[in-house]
Design a protein around this ligand. Structure first.
Ligand code: 3HC
Length: 655
């Protein structure tokens, strides 16, 4: 083999008449200008060289191609453009085979779709996740994928940004075969055996016939999930268009839509979210710290929260020891976790073997001494300081000296819990959100004495649990609940000032929240915040503005949805404005002599956004949050802030 180089990132080697072209642009082989130039050079060379009968295109490392280079978005475009590179590949007169060795996403899959044959490694993942960035595929994905997989499957993949395995891609017709061990050799053999006179060009294929109902269902399913975002609807439109116009017309319309969306606020916000997620969980100075080895995880408490944490740990491949107070509670815990596993199987997220494997790694016991085997213990018991400190003292005496103790508190001070142990440096906070097996957000609380390797271990664990870890310092409510409290306070002020709860909810829902704050309060229940306010009453600054309405709701037994009444009434479960609440609000205003004002939707959103941002700025200046983008991620992933607005800090900056 002789090595050739076409750019910094594109090299090639001739093997037995086939040119193996390798894209090597770490970390994910994104299609930067250098890659595109190199690819054009390689095809130019292969066209002219009579010794080359075909091309195999592959990626270096563990990716095929992770997509267009997102870092180039927002900058002036540089030639050659990706659609031109792709057109060159598809039109090439000699066979071009994609050897998909790893992820083929976005532009990466679009490159593969333009090749004449596609072979994939079993671990490859394929998808067009552009909608997650607020855009649609811009290099033929919406027009070529349906020609291979059909309209319904293409809508499902593109409008949901759903990534599929190699096995599913094979079933859908997106790849021609899966090569267990010898991908490159198989791809070379494939290129050699392909008849250059009858190349299968995806863009020339007609769309397979399929039932209209299946297409309509795929479209309505995708649109239902996409809420306030524009890209999924555009993706559906473009895929449908593929059935009625020529390839070139479809490509032109796709490109026009791609550029329009790429330059939109929504796409800028979602790009911000993408890079925010990559930055999250990175702590300065921690890169050099080796995490502790974790194999066995103890979980104290297997109620709603503990069982969700247990499932996340089992999904992460760990052995789990759940601990309960007695044998009966242990049985209940076992049943609860088994129920979650069953649900995962029923929904198709888990197969029978996966269930078996997870069950085999789980023990639930009433014998706390068994935690001496654990490498980390996570407590998920009632959020009460005495309960938690006593538990930590017991655990401190049971677990090994190098084991980590994690508290899943929402509001208590983990430094106080840590101080009750002999080794406070091994204590860390892990604030899960409910349901813990579903919610991605995990606040990792770096306590005053947490050792760096304990923090590093918690971050590794969080990733293995499939979570998005955000590091928070110690403060009441950590990052999320502190901002949420500010949001709650401001929403209540606004009610006093003249806005109705339903006006505020409607404004926030129009902005993109799945639910406005008052509907959320009712869903979560009003009594916990009431109890906290009562606890704080003695120390509250009497000069501070205080809204009495939520206390009065609770005094009237209106604890929210579960009692059928809260900020709203729920006859037959339906959220309805309750004149009794309207009267309570009017009374409270009158007592303070407030003349109610009216608010526009925009004013409501601005005021709530400002309250969140002021609290966010305070968290940054106190060093509780490391970066504004962490705050955005917490609010998006834990509190329903619309991702398409980029989070409160980002959104405020754009205004
Ligand atoms: N462009 C530029 N940088 C990218 C990138 C891309 N498409 N994809 C990933 N990166 C960078 C990340 O920012 C990160 O950088 P950092 O180390 O400086 O933080 C690094 O690559 C590694 O990324 P991850 O931490 O996410 O690594 P993982 O191994 O966990 O995941 C991945 C790899 C699955 C490829 C994941 O990064 C991913 O999903 N990337 C985005 C895929 C995507 O959306 N592609 C579509 C792009 S738009 C497009 O192609 C338009 C086209 O239709 C014209």
């Amino acid at each position: 083999m002789s090595a050739l180089r076409f750019s910094d990132t594109i090299s090639a080697a001739l093997a037995d008449g086939t040119l193996i072209v390798t894209i090597d642009n770490a970390p994910v082989n994104a299609l930067s200008a250098d890659v595109r130039t190199g690819l054009m050079g390689a095809f130019e060379h292969a066209e002219k060289d009579g010794n080359i009968a075909g091309i195999v295109l592959t990626g270096a490392g563990s990716s095929f191609v992770g997509g267009a280079d997102i870092k180039e978005f927002g900058k002036p475009p540089v030639e050659p453009h990706l659609p031109d590179v792709i057109a060159r590949i598809e039109a090439f007169a000699k066979p071009v085979v994609a050897a998909i060795n790893g992820v083929a996403l976005g532009g990466g899959l679009e490159v593969a779709l333009a090749c004449h044959r596609r072979l994939a490694a079993p671990a490859a993942k394929l998808g067009l996740p552009e909608v997650k960035l607020g855009i649609v595929p811009g290099a033929g994905g919406t027009q070529r994928l349906p020609r291979l997989a059909g309209i319904a499957a293409a809508i499902d993949m593109i409008a949901n940004g759903r990534i599929v395995s190699a096995a599913e891609a094979l079933k859908l017709g997106v790849v021609d075969s899966v090569s267990p061990d010898t991908l490159l050799a198989d791809a070379i053999a494939d290129a050699k055996s392909t008849n250059a006179a009858a190349l299968r060009r995806t863009g020339h294929l007609s769309i397979p016939a399929e039932a209209v109902e299946a297409i309509d269902k795929a479209a309505s399913d995708a649109l239902r999930k996409s809420r306030a975002q524009h890209a999924p609807a555009e993706a559906v439109r473009l895929v449908r268009l593929a059935a009625s116009v020529s390839l070139s017309e479809g490509l032109a319309e796709e490109r026009r839509t791609f550029i329009e969306l790429r330059d939109s606020e929504e796409a800028a916000a979602l790009r911000h979210v993408f890079f925010a997620e990559r930055a999250a969980g990175k702590v300065e100075g921690l890169e050099a710290v080796a995490p502790r080895k974790i194999e066995i995880i103890g979980i104290v408490g297997t109620g709603l929260m503990g069982s969700g944490i247990a499932l996340s740990a089992l999904n992460g491949g760990y052995r789990v020891i759940g601990v309960e107070q007695n044998a009966e509670a242990a049985q209940k815990g076992r049943d609860r976790i088994a129920g979650l596993l069953d649900k995962a199987v029923q929904s198709g997220r888990l197969d029978a073997a996966g269930r078996e494997d997870r069950s085999g790694r789980l023990t639930v016991t009433a014998d706390m001494e068994q935690l001496e085997q654990a490498d980390i213990v996570i407590e998920a018991v009632f959020d009460d300081l005495t309960v938690k400190t006593e538990l930590f003292q017991r655990l401190d005496a049971i677990v090994r000296a190098d084991a980590i103790l994690a508290t899943n508190t929402s509001y208590l001070d983990p430094d106080v819990i840590a101080a009750a142990t002999r080794l406070p440096e091994r204590v860390v906070g892990l604030h899960f959100f409910s349901p813990a097996n579903i919610m991605r957000l995990l606040e990792v609380v770096n306590c005053r004495k947490t050792a760096p390797d304990v923090l590093a271990t918690a971050l590794v664990l969080a990733k293995r649990f499939g979570k998005l870890p955000i590091v928070s310092g110690v403060t009441e409510g950590f990052i999320g609940n502190r901002i949420f409290s500010a949001y709650r306070r401001e929403a209540e002020y606004m009610v006093e000032d003249g806005a109705s709860p339903q006006e505020i909810d409607a404004a926030l829902e129009a902005y993109g929240f799945p639910m406005g704050p008052f509907a959320v309060f009712d869903m979560a229940g009003l009594e916990i915040a009431w109890a906290r306010r009562k606890r704080q009453a003695a120390t509250r600054d009497p000069a501070e503005r205080y809204v009495i309405i939520p206390d009065r709701l609770c005094e009237a037994g209106r604890f929210g949805q579960k009692t059928g009444r809260g900020w709203y009434a729920y006859p037959d479960g339906k959220r309805t404005v309750d004149p009794e609440v309207t009267a309570m609000i009017e009374t409270a205003r009158a007592e303070k002599g407030i003349v109610p004002k009216s608010f526009t939707k925009e004013e409501i959103v601005s005021r709530l956004l400002k309250a969140m941002v002021d609290e966010g700025d305070a968290l940054l200046s106190e060093g509780i949050a490391a970066r504004a983008s962490d705050i955005d991620l917490v609010m998006i992933n834990g509190y329903g802030f619309p991702a398409s607005k980029g989070g409160p800090m980002f959104a405020a900056g754009r205004r």
